[in-house]
Design a protein around this ligand. Sequence first.
Ligand code: GLV
Ligand code: MN
Ligand code: MN
Ligand code: MN
Length: 421
Amino acid sequence: ADNTMMDLKAIAAAVNPDRLAHDLATLAKFGGRSDGGVARLALDDNDTRARRWLVEQASFLGAKASVDAIGNVFLDVPGRQPSLAPVVTGSHLDSQPAGGKYDGALGVLAGLEALRALKQAGFTPRRPLSLVSWTNEEGARFSPGTSGSAVFCGVRSLEDTRQLTDSDDISLGSALDVCLAELDGAGVPRRPLATPMHAFIELHIEQGPILERDQVPVGVVEGIQGVSWFEVTVTGSANHAGTTPRALRRDAFEGACALATALREAACDSEDRVRFTIGKFVVSPGSVNTIPDHVTFSIDVRHPDAATLKALEATFTQLAQQRWADCQATLTPLAHVEPVDFPNSLTRLLDDTAHTLEITTTRLVSGAFHDAIHLAKHCPTAMLFVPCRHGLSHHPDEHITLSDAVAGTQLLAASLANLTR
Ligand code: GLV
Ligand code: MN
Ligand code: MN
Ligand code: MN
């Protein structure tokens, strides 16, 4: 089909708001929480049921479902030239333990609706089109996250990733095998990792306050800031809380607090560009009248500039080498992902397509990481953001408006059409 301005508008018009809303409600039931949120942890029963539901959507599209060795699920729509690399869209179906209905899910369902709209508008793509759902983006159950995209893109090994364990000591590999066996049973064939892609576009909720503040329905994302995760262990010695005088104490909590404060101070910049979070802090043995001998805490640090992020990591390493309240600390790197800039050619194509559809957009940089951070190393990649209420996410109250979701899906569908021309 010829790709005139008229075609793009017809494609946008074929995006069906009711169908998208219905899918969002359906998916939210897999792991739905009584407070309205979603708990669909990577590779748990709900995540597996969600994958099976996604696979069932293939027939309507005339698409072929398949799954790779790390559990990424693909729906492939054939193109007129089947040997060409596909244009791919998608996101993730796993959620935080107290997550919302839209983080990840919106990108998968908007992709699904975009492919349906293209089909309904009578658009026959030159290149194949694919929808993907990446495994364990969140890293909430198995840390670090973005497992599916990292393994697909060759950034991390399948073997190491399979060995990640959750808090019950279940390995990602064993949970994955249960999920894969279900999909095998449903007749879903395997596909290889690292298959070539012409482009990847991920739609996601913004998870920040900018689009809502500026009343813009869709953001065109220019890149993603870099991120590093660490685990810090502070070791003191346990003893009786009531009898041990200060001079004889090696209180791991005291040491951890002092180190945590020093780390936080090192991460303070006058421009407020560093993002520093200690989100986990575990005191052991965890008894009211025992001086703790171990504290383990997490560090999540982010910056858009690669050199600044490296310098922060070096400072953290130095601080951890000092003694804090006479305790010893070790700092273990868990993940380091460099910031990425999406290619201008692709962000410009998104802007131009939005212009054709008369959808207002603005440019922004992603503070959250996404699977797109790894895909950017694999093929030309970009993202679209849809506003979320009060910038809230990783929370059961996560909320979007249907009209923004539809605008994002329309822009996604038309951009996929432009890319498969
Ligand atoms: C992903 O959810 C992130 O932490 O940015
Ligand atoms: Mn997400
Ligand atoms: Mn998330
Ligand atoms: Mn995320």
